[in-house]
Design a protein around this ligand. Structure first.
Ligand code: NAD
Length: 380
């Protein structure tokens, strides 16, 4: 049987420096009987040159050859749909809940779309494929470095002959994977850290990292399905933002990470709250997106300094700012998923498998993933 041919694309989204496979991952896949093609220059921005891929046994090809020959196209984000061949398979972080109509179009073209962000997060056997976690972990770390860089004072308590500096106070809103990594990183830099999450289970995790958990009285516990938060009503969000305001004003640095899958991120920091912060404070909004972020005035990809001297950073793609580590982790995740999908040397779709039911978005001409199909139904 001819071995399956996968093709690694050079990402085309603005600012995206990650690559779906590293040379190491290419070697591992080849050992498992997978042929790999890599678009020339695909890893260059993450410091993986073409020669390293060639040495690992990949064929380095141009873009046209890659899309023409690959059975499965591997990317980090969604590759340009017009490039994909009808009947091809595409694997990446495709954000199907944000792009349901594109998924419907791929289905019409009999393209099998497989998205790592649909993975069931709580299955132990899927952990090695959990790209949302690996990338959030990197983003949480980088968010603190970005904040510390913009904060023009020390993070740690420092006692020197030239005086004493108090430790920075950092507030992390949303204590999922990114938030917990941000807490740990800020603590390692010596800051005093507090955190809040609407899921009460996160309290123990926050405290185990040496941070203080903030409890709000205005919002009921908000655990939803699959470990994610539930969507808060507009009234609950307003009450939450109002109660958070007094905490936020007392902190030097605020890092927001709150997300609800496929929805506009909850608005937690209003423009008025930003006005109440001290000059020199810094906010990093990791949920900043075209849909809006956790901070009313943040803009994705932009840094704003307000009239009252607060720096607001719309950090929409932090993993792309640490592309080497982010690509290495992502390559492990996508390789693990690919190997899980292979049977007898070919990608074999089996919707009875719990992992596949989450990640396979389109197959056999239809949108098969439940959440995406429901969303399409609701919007048609
Ligand atoms: P996420 O990116 O969807 O959201 C980040 C955080 O924001 C979450 O902790 C969420 O509770 C919080 N949030 C959402 N709305 C909020 C609001 N209005 N106010 C305050 N906080 C709000 O989450 P994630 O980091 O992807 O993690 C999601 C869940 O998956 C977590 O429960 C995590 O522990 C779990 N998880 C489990 C495993 C595993 O068991 N192997 C692996 C990874 C993640």
């Amino acid at each position: 049987m001819t071995p399956v041919q996968v093709g690694v694309v050079k990402e085309t989204a603005a600012g995206e420096r990650r690559v779906a496979l590293t040379p190491d991952a290419v070697s591992r896949l080849r050992n498992a009987g997978v042929e790999v093609m890599v678009e020339s220059g695909a890893g260059a921005s993450a410091w993986f040159p073409d020669e390293d891929y060639a040495q690992a046994g990949a064929a380095v090809v141009d873009r046209d050859a890659l899309y023409a020959l690959a059975d499965a196209v591997l990317g980090v984000g969604q590759p340009p749909p017009e490039r994909l061949r009808d009947g091809q398979t595409v694997i990446g972080l495709l954000a199907p809940l944000l792009n349901p109509t594109l998924m419907a179009e791929l289905a019409r073209r009999d393209i099998t779309a497989i998205s790592l962000d649909g993975l069931p997060r709580t299955l132990t056997r899927a952990q090695g494929m959990d790209a949302l976690s690996s990338q959030s972990n990197i983003a949480g770390y980088k968010a603190v470095l970005v904040a510390a860089n913009a904060f023009e004072r020390f993070f740690p308590l420092l006692i020197t002959a030239a005086g004493t500096s108090k430790p920075a106070s950092v507030l992390v809103l949303g204590a999922g994977v990114a938030g917990l990594q941000a807490i740990g990183t800020a603590r390692r830099l010596g800051a005093v850290v507090r955190a809040y999450d609407v899921r009460p289970q996160s309290k123990g995790e926050v405290e185990s990292l040496g941070a203080q958990f903030i409890e709000l009285t205005s919002v009921e516990a908000g655990a939803g399905e699959g470990g994610y938060a539930r969507v808060l009503s507009a009234e609950e969000q307003a009450a939450q933002a109002a109660e958070l305001a007094e905490h936020i004003a007392k902190h030097d640095v605020v890092i927001t990470t709150a997300q609800v899958p496929g929805r506009r991120p909850p608005l937690m920091v209003t423009a008025g709250t930003v006005k109440s912060m001290r000059a020199g404070s810094v906010i990093v909004d990791m949920a900043a997106s075209d849909l809006g972020g956790n901070v009313e005035i943040s803009q994705p990809g932009e840094t704003i300094v307000t009239n009252n001297g607060v720096t607001v950073i719309g950090a929409d793609n932090l993993p792309a700012e640490m592309p080497t580590s982010a690509s290495s982790a992502y390559a492990r995740n996508i390789s693990a998923l690919l190997l899980h999908l292979l049977a007898g040397g070919a990608v074999r779709i089996d919707l009875d498998d719990e992992i596949q039911r989450g990640v396979v978005i389109t197959y056999g001409g239809s949108v098969v993933q439940e959440a995406t199909a429901k969303l399409l139904e609701a919007t048609s």
